[in-house]
Design a protein around this ligand. Sequence first.
Ligand code: ZN
Length: 112
Amino acid sequence: MTSLINYLAAIAITWLIAHLYYHRTQNVPPAWAKDFVSRLPVERPKLNELLKIVQEEVDSGNIEINHPLGRVSCPECGHNIKDFEVKVFGNDYVTIAEFTCPSCGWTEESEV
Ligand SMILES: [Zn+2]
């Protein structure tokens, strides 16, 4: 009789652990993230698809390309380059522009 109880208890504990892990591993996003997750691509986009998405954002004005730096965002924190502080200095022969990220302070100079 005791072995039957032990056997049933082992089955119940096994079922409970499997049930908990089953629910833990489900990839159902929380309600607040469902809209965001539904917009993510199912597969990794190909380069041409990614370029098309970036070009659409450039055309809409959401992304501005900084020609002297060749960047669209800060390499350290990802801040949009539209908000960068620009200081221009130089002399009669050369003009230097210094770009500074307002979020993290990353700085790069470029001859313009
Ligand atoms: Zn930054």
